[in-house]
Design a binder for this molecule. Structure first.
Ligand SMILES: Cc1ncc(COP(=O)(O)O)c(C=O)c1O
Length: 406
């Protein structure tokens, strides 16, 4: 098969080939993005979109960031892949960096958020079996509005029926309590629970922060029942909320934390961070992943983490986040379709009376890419490097989109 001439195919031809050959699990708009520059994405001559979604919280440093480009070039000169059968310098140093900047003592690397949550459940079950010596302590408690991924364990802990029901039977043992409801959580977590999984700020479920008292109550209940507390910071972690870790706002520490999306600057990477107490249950051969923590992806992740974890970087993200927040509150005062603004840092949801998909489509017409979070929440996840001037442009476009959709 020849690829001759395919790089010059017009966007309409690419869209038509996508409809013919790509499994239709996503509904895509009718433009083709071919480049990026800072917070901008480029779709052919003259078409620029302000990236208000960062590839769903992945492109934290925007597009073409010099630190990422330099790390890619440098890492490309070393081995791309080694296999986890051998020592690997960038992966080891990245694990050290992550532990030294968090509650964790150990890291297991993987390739995605789902894979991280999947591994977290396995570690929790092994911990209950080996350390607590309880074979029937296998239950997982998750919450309404949660999203933890698409694999059979992660989707079992994902609240939205439509993601789960068509694929049942999924992993048994998961049940749901009401998010931010302490009584509901206390009732659901019992002696059979091996782990409680919660997003400190729910993303897909509508950009809803967990109340600090709720996270503290989960910590207490887990300690009472011997369950492990897992924070899923796949979307809200790594600077997104203006703190390195979203749970720092509540001052509550988990036993396990899962991260992924922005970790390697756009390359696929996830990680499970855990305390030594949990790590003590895991022995060689218990878990693995062929591509995980390869030297190339780890070297790039180290460069990203080196930047994102700097106090000055986080302070700047907090300040632009607060600026964005104020602007969104002002929009909500003048735009009747917006009934609430919620989130933290550079992760915001606008609760709307009109379908979020209509606003997202109208925003595309204005040259702005944003994402729905459920049917009635419009989600903003701009790159963490966005400037105030770029936020002003974002707000102009968003205001125009609301006027069109309303
Ligand atoms: C909070 C959270 N957990 C897990 C996942 C799953 O991550 P992935 O798509 O990388 O498997 C997502 C993806 O959106 C997420 O937002």
């Amino acid at each position: 098969m020849t690829d001759k001439g395919s790089s010059s195919l017009p966007p309409e031809a690419i869209i038509s080939l996508e409809k013919q050959y790509v499994l239709q699990t996503y509904t895509r708009p009718d433009f083709v993005i071919t480049g990026g520059d800072g917070v901008w994405l480029i779709a052919g001559a003259g078409h620029r979109y302000l990236d208000g979604g960062s590839g769903i919280a992945v492109n934290a440093l925007g597009h073409g960031h010099p630190a990422v480009l330099a790390a890619l070039a440098q890492a490309g000169r070393g081995p791309i892949h080694l296999s986890n059968l051998y020592h690997n310098r960038p992966m080891t140093l990245l694990a050290r960096d992550l532990c030294q900047s968090s509650f964790a003592d150990r890291v297991f690397f993987c390739n995605s958020g789902s894979e991280a949550n999947e591994g977290a459940f396995k570690f929790a079950r092994k911990y209950a079996r080996v350390i607590l010596q309880k074979n029937d302590k296998t239950g997982i408690v998750a919450f309404s509005g949660s999203f933890h991924g698409r694999s059979m364990g992660a989707v079992a802990a994902t609240a939205t029926e439509k993601y789960r029901a068509p694929f049942e039977p999924v992993m048994p043992g998961a049940r749901f309590a009401e998010f931010n409801n302490i009584e509901s959580a206390r009732a659901a977590i019992n002696g059979q629970t091996c782990a409680v999984i919660v997003e400190p700020v729910q993303g897909e479920g509508g950009v809803t922060p967990a109340r600090p008292e709720f996270l503290a109550a989960l910590r207490r209940r887990c300690d009472e029942t011997g369950a492990l507390l897992i924070f899923d910071e796949v979307q809200c972690g790594l600077g997104r909320t203006g703190a390195l870790w979203a749970h720092q706002a509540a001052n509550v520490s988990p036993d396990i934390m899962t991260i992924a999306k922005p970790l390697a600057g756009g390359l696929p990477m996830g990680a499970i961070l855990l305390t030594q107490a949990v790590a003590g249950a895991i022995t060689p051969g218990d878990h693995g992943s062929t591509f995980a923590g390869g030297p190339f992806v780890s070297a790039v992740a180290r460069a990203v983490f080196g930047l994102v974890s700097q106090p000055e970087f986080l302070a700047a993200a907090r300040q632009t986040g607060e600026y964005l927040h104020q602007k969104l509150e002002a929009l909500a005062r003048t735009q009747p379709a917006v009934t609430a603004v919620r989130g933290a840092g550079l992760m915001w949801g606008l609760v709307t009376t009109i379908p979020a998909a209509d606003v997202v489509r109208a925003a595309q017409g204005q040259g702005l890419l944003i994402i729905p979070a459920g049917p009635k929440v419009v989600r903003l996840l701009p790159p963490l490097v966005i400037t105030r001037a770029e936020i002003d442009i974002l707000l102009e476009k968003l205001t125009a989109a609301f006027k069109k959709a309303w």
